[in-house]
Write a protein that binds this ligand. Sequence first.
Ligand SMILES: *[C@@H]1O[C@H](CO)[C@@H](O)[C@H](O)[C@H]1NC(C)=O
Ligand SMILES: *[C@@H]1O[C@H](CO)[C@@H](O)[C@H](O)[C@H]1NC(C)=O
Ligand SMILES: CC(=O)N[C@H]1CO[C@H](CO)[C@@H](O)[C@@H]1O
Length: 151
Amino acid sequence: MKTCFISLLTALALSLSATAQSIQFLQPADGVTLTPGQNFSIQIGQPMELSGFANAAVTFGYLACQTGSDVASQCPNVAAVPDQGVGEVLETFVFQPQLSQIPWIPPNQNFTIEFPSYATGKGVLSATLFYFGSAGLAPMFTVANITVNAA
Ligand SMILES: *[C@@H]1O[C@H](CO)[C@@H](O)[C@H](O)[C@H]1NC(C)=O
Ligand SMILES: *[C@@H]1O[C@H](CO)[C@@H](O)[C@H](O)[C@H]1NC(C)=O
Ligand SMILES: CC(=O)N[C@H]1CO[C@H](CO)[C@@H](O)[C@@H]1O
């Protein structure tokens, strides 16, 4: 009975922490202006390194926002609605964040990718993290995004 209760607690803790697994853009900042066709740096942080999880890969995507009178409202919310699609898949990397020397900076990893040469106006740069977690290391993913301007 006791063992049963403990495994129930463990399962609950795992399912709770599953929702906590996330990544964030440390660089560039939301609203950054990037030059089409040029390389730029991305720093992805992982606020919590939880045990029972295994990071796999991070994929960057670019989705151009619709042009129109109200551009902001026509930028789909990639993070909130993942089935909206990330637009174009730019590049995929193994995700292995390193501990930071700076206490307030979470474990992080730097990447260099090319900003699409066709980009104009506003777009959404997304980072999708694929990882394994929860009971039995189930495959999962989480999405972070920033708005970028092409100029
Ligand atoms: C971007 O970086 C890649 C890999 O380092 C390199 O092959 C490519 O020439 C660079 N592109 C530009 C436009 O600098
Ligand atoms: C990524 O780059 C930033 C800025 O150059 C640096 O402070 C940080 O330590 C780098 N992170 C890693 C894991 O090398
Ligand atoms: C443009 C876009 O998709 N923005 C979203 C990025 O992710 C945050 C956090 O989930 C959302 O609040 C933004 O709307």
